[in-house]
Design a protein around this ligand. Sequence first.
Ligand SMILES: [Cu+2]
Length: 130
Amino acid sequence: MTFNRLAVATLGFAISAGAHLAAAGAKDYEFQAVSAKVKNGAASDIAVRLVDKRTGKPVEGAVIFRTRLDMSPDTMDEMTAKHAAAPSSEPGVYRFKADFTMAGRWALKLQAKVPGETETVEGTIVFNAK
Ligand SMILES: [Cu+2]
């Protein structure tokens, strides 16, 4: 009898743990601007931080596999800027070199794979190039 109750309790725990895992997802992560104000012009440094909203901690090892940098915040959706990933030594910070061609607001749109997360994490960060 005691054993059976323990087995039922263990099963109940396993189900609730599974439900918790299923509820976790891409929405638990957020890209943030390290600094929203950036320098206009070629080879400008821009950086984003990826955080786990459940813990507030930076997320290392994300693979950012798709990016787009455009002026959609200033209603110039078709105006894009070349950019490339750059090395970063700070955990959870992902850097790029961007060739801005116009002062104003630029949106960096990212898609990333995060370790331990099956869903694709997406983010849009607005930078103000001056
Ligand atoms: Cu523009």
